[in-house]
Ligand binder design. Structure first.
Ligand code: NAP
Length: 247
């Protein structure tokens, strides 16, 4: 039987890499993606070169179209697309220039909409699964930069609407909202190196399970939703109880 084919955007490191790893372990043919060839090749080596590479800026609509069409042409199928590109790095406060809102929406929202639109186009004959990586910052107001929170909220809303629009094509659409995820070189790693005590206190105060998620925790949620073949339009929160604590 032919392997299931998946594309995970932004997967040379961090959460995307964790998702790609889990999918490879579960016998998927995985396309990993990033803009930097060197770091992508390094990641591929860690997976014994069992993955294929998409070296491309997938915040760009034309690049998304070309990447999706090429994978579908080469493999004859595309079962899963994980829209993982995104970044919470932005400016705090209310007085933020419009250009910053546009930049943050480009990375966190429009890139995912573009990817999903082109993926649905090739999936419409035989079905598939589109999965968005949002954030708990998109579920509630938690103090993250407003441009980021708004973009991630928009993503959750879009995912729900898309799930209804594509259900008759047997295309499932779901989201995952991670809490605080720790890995080498992550934002939390940087914050921790800068002020370990402040980070420790924040986590103790806000996260009932008292710790960080790992990329593998998010990857497990991806696999769960992949195997949950009757689930669409849902948002799976992986946050150690943080949202539950504030509601
Ligand atoms: N980390 C957290 O605590 C956390 C919490 C909640 C939600 N999230 C969400 O989870 C997702 C992943 O976060 P992360 O922390 O793992 O990100 P990250 O560490 O910044 O990783 C980004 C990955 O995406 C690639 N990338 C960035 N821009 C790209 C582009 N335009 N085209 C193609 N590849 C691109 C990077 O490679 P190149 O630089 O080589 O392109 C890298 O492989 C994001 O959507 C984020 O908002 C993260």
């Amino acid at each position: 039987m032919k392997k299931k084919v998946a594309l995970v955007t932004g997967s040379s490191r961090g959460i995307g890499k964790g998702i790609a790893k889990k999918l490879v372990e579960h016998n998927y043919l995985v396309y990993i993606n990033g803009r930097n060839l060197e770091s992508l090749e390094k990641t591929a080596k860690e997976f014994n070169d069992e993955v294929k590479l998409v070296v491309s800026d997938l915040s760009d609509d034309l690049n998304n179209k070309q990447a999706i069409e090429k994978i579908f042409k080469d493999e004859g199928r595309l079962d899963l697309v994980v829209a993982n590109i995104g970044s919470g790095k932005s400016i705090a406060g209310w007085n933020v220039d419009m250009s910053e809102y546009k930049r943050v929406f480009e990375i966190n929202f429009f890139s995912a909409v573009s990817l999903a639109t082109h993926a649905a186009e090739v999936m419409k004959e035989s079905g598939g699964h589109i999965l968005f990586i949002s954030s708990i910052a998109g579920c509630e107001s938690l103090g993250a930069p407003m441009a980021y929170s708004s973009a991630k909220t928009a993503l959750l809303s879009y995912a729900k609407s898309l799930s209804k629009a594509t259900a008759s094509l047997n295309i499932r659409v779901n989201s995952i909202s991670p809490g605080n995820v720790m890995f080498d070189g992550s934002t939390w790693d940087e914050k921790s190196k800068h002020d370990r005590e402040a980070v420790k206190t924040y986590i103790e105060k806000n996260v009932p399970l008292n710790g960080f998620a790992t990329p593998e925790d998010i990857a497990k949620a991806v696999l769960y939703l992949e195997e949950s073949s009757f689930t669409t339009g849902t948002n799976l929160v992986v946050d150690g109880g943080q949202l539950n604590k504030i509601i």
